[in-house]
Design a protein around this ligand. Structure first.
Ligand SMILES: [Mg+2]
Length: 287
C-alpha cells in the first residue's frame, strides 16, 4: 500500500484500514497479482439503464406507429416487449450489437403485440434512435467506486468488456470521471475491449489478463454472464472466478460440476459483496 493511501485511511477510517488490510493479505497469501472485471452488469448497471433506454425508444416510436397505422399501442407495452425480446434472444450470449439485431427485435415485438405495421419503414426511420445507445454510459453500481479505490491501492485492476472501441471509451471515461469526483485522482485501470461483432471467448479473457502483464493463473475474474464471462474465464485458467449472479441462479448444476473439477468459484448477488466474500473464511468453499 502506498503512503498516500495509508495516511488517508489513518486519518479517515480505522475500519476501512482493517478491511483493506484483510483483502490485501488475501491477495498476498494466494499470490494474486490482480483482478479482471467484466464491465456491463458487473461494475456498471447496464440492465437498469437499458430498460430506461427501451422506454425512451418507445416514446419515440409509438406515437409514429399509432398515427401512421391507426393503432392504440401503449408506450409501456412497447417498452416491455422490447425488453422481453432482448432478454429472450440475446442475453445469454452477452452481445451488445443493438443495431444489427434491431430487425429481429422489431419482428419479435410485432408478433408479440400483434401489430400490423411496415417493419421496413420503422427500421429506416428509427435505427438512428437505437444507435444513441452507443453515445451514452450506464451509471456504476453502488459500491463500485469504493471497491475500485480499495483494490487499486494494492493491486492491478483490468476491465474485459464486450462493447467495441468507441463505446468502451465512453463508458470507461464516465467511470473514471465519477471516480475522480470522489477521490480526486484518475484510477489506473487497464482496459481491454472485444469488438461487438466478435464473441467474448476464452482468448479474449487471456488477452485481457495480458494487459496487466500477468496471466490468468495469477488473477481473479469477475463477471455476470455465465456463457460470456464465467465459462471462458474458467477455460482461460483464471485462479479464482467470481460470478455476479444478478438474477435467479439457474446454473447450480454447472457450478457443482466446475467445483468438482477443482475450479475455485464463488457466487455473489451484488458487487458490494465482493470484498467480504474474498475475506471470508472459505470464499471458495464447497456448496
Ligand atoms: Mg456483463
Amino acid at each position: 500500500m502506498n503512503n498516500e493511501i495509508k495516511s488517508f485511511f489513518e486519518e479517515n477510517s480505522i475500519e476501512g484500514m482493517d478491511m483493506n488490510t484483510e483483502i490485501e493479505s488475501f491477495f498476498e497469501k494466494n499470490s494474486i497479482e490482480g483482478i479482471v472485471f467484466d464491465l456491463d452488469n458487473t461494475l456498471i448497471d447496464t440492465g437498469t439503464w437499458l430498460i430506461f433506454m427501451y422506454k425512451r425508444f418507445a416514446t419515440e416510436i409509438v406515437p409514429y406507429i399509432n398515427r401512421t397505422y391507426n393503432l392504440t399501442i401503449e408506450t409501456d407495452d412497447f417498452a416491455q416487449a422490447y425488453h422481453q425480446a432482448e432478454v429472450a434472444q440475446y442475453y445469454n450470449n452477452g452481445s451488445v450489437n443493438f443495431i444489427t439485431r434491431f430487425p429481429s427485435t422489431l419482428s419479435w415485438i410485432t408478433t408479440s403485440l400483434n401489430l400490423n405495421i411496415d417493419q421496413e419503414d420503422i427500421l429506416k426511420r428509427f435505427t438512428p434512435n437505437i444507435a444513441e445507445i452507443y453515445t451514452l454510459s450506464p451509471d456504476p453500481f453502488d459500491g463500485t467506486l469504493e471497491l475500485l479505490h480499495t483494490l487499486l491501492s494494492f493491486t492491478k485492476v483490468a476491465i474485459c468488456t464486450h462493447s467495441g472501441k468507441d463505446w468502451t471509451k465512453i463508458k470507461t471515461d464516465s467511470l473514471k470521471s465519477r471516480y475522480r469526483k470522489l477521490y480526486k485522482n484518475i484510477p489506473d485501470i487497464y482496459s481491454y475491449y472485444v469488438d461487438i461483432n466478435k464473441p467474448k471467448n476464452t482468448s479474449e479473457w487471456i488477452k485481457a489478463a495480458n494487459t496487466t502483464n500477468s496471466t490468468p493463473e495469477k488473477l481473479i475474474a469477475v463477471g455476470d454472464n455465465f456463457d460470456a464471462d464465467i465459462l471462458p474465464a474458467v477455460e482461460a485458467g483464471y485462479k479464482y472466478i467470481i460470478w455476479l449472479s444478478l438474477y435467479d441462479n439457474d446454473k447450480e448444476q454447472d457450478i457443482k460440476e466446475l467445483k468438482k473439477q477443482g475450479v475455485k468459484i464463488a457466487i455473489i448477488k451484488d458487487i458490494r459483496e465482493l470484498e467480504k466474500t474474498l475475506t471470508s473464511n472459505q470464499p471458495f468453499g464447497d456448496i
